[in-house]
Design a protein. Structure first.
Length: 213
């Protein structure tokens, strides 16, 4: 696996960012976070970045009239940094991703796409919807992002049971525990060059045979 330089975009507390820091510190992920961007000035994820000495920027989404102008400023800021993969970590805004960036932007969603996803389905709203619908299994999905909410090719999914006495809070914690496994795993696969996008499918390639000359 090559050493990956990660750019991270977030809008809130930054628990996913912290998980990446923890995975890096535990030498489970050969990567570094080179920049953090936020759509909100009060996002605690910015403080997590500051505590690590990671540079950060803010592009307030409410100051932009449309997705195109917002995205243009976000990617202009990102352009000042050298990164291999853009990681969306609780980023609550739709991005218009430049063509050359497609296949280099990942997102995670707290449900099994295509269930309980799309515009307006985020955070606890997802878990409320899953419980209300009566599903017996939920989970998380890591996918390559495109220009539609929760739509890009799926990399991997992890599942959890939905219990009879679950609340949105209890289900959210169980799903987040799986997110903490799934996102680093997907990033590692990217770093190992083992993800191949074939239309709507992502093929996970076998690890290289290091015994061969």
């Amino acid at each position: 696996m090559r050493h990956l330089k990660l750019a991270v975009l977030l809008s809130g507390g930054g628990r996913t960012l912290q998980n990446l820091f923890d995975q890096i510190d535990a030498v489970k992920l050969d990567a570094e976070v080179v920049v953090v961007g936020s759509s909100r000035r009060d996002a605690y994820g910015l403080e997590r970045a500051r505590l690590r000495g990671v540079p950060a920027f803010v592009v307030p989404s409410r100051r932009h009239r449309d997705t195109a102008s917002f995205s243009q400023v976000v990617f202009k800021n990102l352009g000042a940094y050298d990164y291999d993969l853009l990681v969306l970590a609780g980023f609550m805004c739709l991005l218009q991703i430049p063509e050359e960036q497609l296949g280099r932007v990942m997102n995670i969603h707290p449900a099994l796409i295509p269930a309980f996803c799309g515009e307006g389905q985020y955070g606890h709203l997802v878990h409320e919807a899953a419980i209300e619908y009566g599903v017996k299994v939920s989970g998380c999905t890591v996918h390559f992002a495109d220009n539609v909410y929760d739509h890009g090719p799926i990399i991997l999914q992890k599942t959890v049971p939905v219990l009879d006495d679950d609340t949105p809070d209890s289900l959210a914690e169980r799903v987040f525990a799986k997110e903490c496994e799934a996102y680093p795993e997907a990033i590692r696969l990217f770093g190992e060059g083992r993800l191949r996008i074939e239309g709507r499918r992502v093929r996970i390639l076998a690890p290289p045979d290091e015994t061969k000359p």
